[in-house]
Design a protein around this ligand. Structure first.
Ligand SMILES: *[C@@H]1O[C@H](CO)[C@@H](O)[C@H](O)[C@H]1NC(C)=O
Ligand SMILES: *[C@@H]1O[C@H](CO)[C@@H](O)[C@H](O)[C@H]1NC(C)=O
Ligand SMILES: *[C@@H]1O[C@H](CO)[C@@H](O)[C@H](O)[C@H]1NC(C)=O
Length: 349
């Protein structure tokens, strides 16, 4: 019923009817202020053609044709005017009030809906005052940016407070003082509004404003000091740099050495351990050998045997006495007989 009210401005006369590909569906498209968007609409069948179609937008629950509205004058074009099936709409230089519902209608009331979201510039430090220090003869940057760096504010003004009123210093220099000394720090990023002031003088000290709208303002308090008052940043950075390097070096060398130290210590400990073990083993073997020989000797010495065996653990042979004797006449042996006597020492513990 409502459709009859519309005057179809763009009329295409082709052979078959166009049925839009996303019929009765809503496509969400996000754009940024100052940027552009393509609202998609095309015929489902590439062979078909749109005889009549219209782009509308919704406002206060009513639909208005886009191409008739002055709001869009110079900002909207058909994405491809020579394409009979691609009815997409291009809107450039987006504004906040472009946000809303759009409909692409063909004959027989086939509609694709587009929900266009437009993201604007909200200043990061909105309604705060940022304190900045500069030095005379040098330059300074006053940082100001939108939360969405792709969003370009509809307007941007940098102001300086003179005699209780803010005077524009960028983009239009209302005060001679700032001529050719101010520029945007990063003009390629739409949402980066930081101001660069060069050749600072103490007269530049004071209050500044990054002004996007009456709701979006960031204040600045700039202090300009004499260059001599500047702390020796260079030396400081150099020292910290060196210091950090040193610490890093020592850390790395420690890190390198530590495993070596550990392995060295382990080897030393193992060496000592095995040496002690070897010595103990040797001592044990020696003792066993001596003990064995002693046992033999003692067996001849009948009465000593028991005592020896009983006290085996506690006995140490401290001295070995060699006695050379002339052969006793009872023995048939000739020549000296070597007799070994052990002097047992009992150790009671
Ligand atoms: C526009 O559509 C025509 C026909 O479909 C096509 O040949 C041409 O490449 C399109 N142009 C652009 C910029 O997409
Ligand atoms: C129509 O043009 C838009 C914009 O580039 C593109 O995204 C879409 O794929 C095109 N549709 C068809 C059916 O070619
Ligand atoms: C704005 O641009 C300047 C210069 O390129 C950069 O130093 C700064 O970080 C940018 N700010 C943001 C918020 O990206």
């Amino acid at each position: 019923m409502r459709d009859h009210l519309y005057l179809f401005i763009f009329m295409f006369h082709f052979s078959t009817d166009c049925i839009v590909s996303d019929m009765d569906q809503t496509i969400v498209i996000t754009g940024y202020t100052g940027g552009s968007v393509v609202l998609p609409c095309s015929c489902a069948d590439p062979q078909s053609t749109a005889t009549t179609f219209i782009w509308e937008f919704q406002q206060q629950n009513r639909w208005f044709p886009v191409f008739e509205d002055v709001k869009y004058s110079g900002r909207r074009v058909l994405f491809n005017e020579s394409s009979p099936t691609n009815l997409s709409l291009l809107i450039s230089d987006l504004r906040m009030d472009d946000q809303g519902y759009y409909g692409c209608k063909t004959e027989a009331n086939r509609i694709t809906y587009v929900d266009l979201k437009v993201k604007g510039c909200d200043l990061v430090e909105n309604r705060r005052t940022v304190v900045v220090t500069g030095y005379s003869g040098e330059s300074v940057a006053l940082p100001c940016s939108c939360t969405e760096l792709l969003a370009k504010p509809q307007q941007i003004q940098w102001m300086y407070l003179i005699e209780n009123t803010y005077k524009e210093i960028y983009p239009n220099e209302q005060t001679e003082n700032y001529k050719n000394r101010v520029k945007l720090l990063n003009p390629n990023t739409p949402g980066n509004l930081s101001l660069h002031i060069s050749a600072l003088t103490t007269e530049d000290q004071g209050h500044y404003q990054c002004f996007v709208s009456s709701q979006q303002v960031v204040g600045f308090r700039l202090t300009v000091l004499h260059a001599e008052e500047k702390p020796h940043v260079h030396t400081a950075t150099l020292t910290t740099h060196q210091a950090s390097h040193q610490t890093q070096d020592s850390t790395t060398s420690q890190l390198k050495l530590t495993p070596q130290h550990v392995s060295q210590n382990v080897f030393i400990l193992l060496g000592v351990f095995f040496s002690v073990l070897l010595l103990l083993l040797l001592a044990f073997i020696l003792w066993r050998c001596r003990g064995g020989r002693n046992d033999k000797k003692v067996t001849t010495d009948g009465e000593e045997l028991k005592r020896e065996q009983d006290n085996q653990d506690d006995v140490m042979y401290s001295a070995v006495v060699h006695v050379k004797k002339a052969s006793t006449p009872a023995h048939t042996h000739n020549g000296p007989v070597e007799l070994t006597e052990y002097a047992p020492i009992n150790i009671k513990r």
